[in-house]
Design a protein around this ligand. Structure first.
Ligand SMILES: Nc1nc2c(ncn2[C@@H]2O[C@H](COP(=O)(O)OP(=O)(O)OP(=O)(O)O)[C@@H](O)[C@H]2O)c(=O)[nH]1
Ligand SMILES: [Mg+2]
Length: 202
């Protein structure tokens, strides 16, 4: 497997509208999930940066699709969160159009990392998003975020709620914390493995 320098970020691109004409040729890994689950924070941790991806205590921080191009090998893609009700109808519509376009059109998307706040588990809106991914034949894995907030026994309880996905198009489940760095190295390894596996197919 190729060794990648996660610190070498060549370019950050931000799109309000997804445009297939843009010359995006590298494989992509997308971080999706409900607003505030920690998508942007996890991208910072993976890239060893404090604030390259803007984070916030308030949901609804990320409003565009952001590409972090890494070591001329692949892009990490940060997208707006779904399920944030306390914003204008216009924002909700714009975000759902953007997400819909991105997930249905992007040709280079190798895996969707579905982030779930490990304290809250799967919500109805996550299940809706997962069936949308299934419909579009996209591969996904689960990332259970903010694991620093969970005891070992609660981790086991949360894991059990994912047993319904065992036979689906799913790669694995991983706990992560941007505070303790649990799961960060493992996630970097998994992502590279997925991309290198797909290398010959593109
Ligand atoms: N305790 C703890 N807090 C975290 C962790 N990751 C993120 N947070 C906090 O969760 C909040 C939301 O983080 P973001 O990374 O902005 O979340 P997001 O999913 O990008 O949110 P949107 O862009 O609004 O969809 C911030 O206050 C972070 O500090 C973690 O691993 N542990
Ligand atoms: Mg964000």
């Amino acid at each position: 497997m190729k060794s990648i320098n996660f610190n070498f970020i060549e370019k950050v691109l931000s799109f309000k509208k997804f445009d297939i004409q843009k010359n995006l040729i590298l494989p992509e890994v997308c971080f999706a999930g409900r607003s505030n689950v920690g998508k942007s924070s996890l991208i910072n941790s993976l890239l060893n940066r404090k604030n390259i991806a803007r984070t916030s205590k308030k949901p609804g921080q990320t409003k565009t699709i952001l590409y972090y191009r890494i070591d001329n090998y692949f892009s990490l893609v940060d997208v707006p969160g779904y399920g944030y009700a306390e914003t204008s109808k216009k924002n909700v519509t714009e975000i759902s159009i953007l997400l819909n376009e991105y997930f249905t059109i992007s040709k280079n998307l190798k895996i969707v990392c579905v982030l779930i706040d490990s304290r809250h588990g799967l919500k109805k809106i996550d299940l809706e998003f997962l069936s949308f991914l299934e419909k579009n034949k996209l591969i996904y894995m689960f990332i259970l975020t903010k694991s620093d907030k969970l005891s070992l026994s609660n981790k086991e309880k949360v894991l059990k709620t994912f047993s319904q996905f065992e036979k689906k198009r799913f790669f694995k489940i991983i706990f992560t914390s941007t505070k303790t760095k649990e799961g960060i190295k493992e996630l970097r390894r998994d992502l590279l493995q997925i991309i290198s596996k797909n290398e010959n197919k593109t």
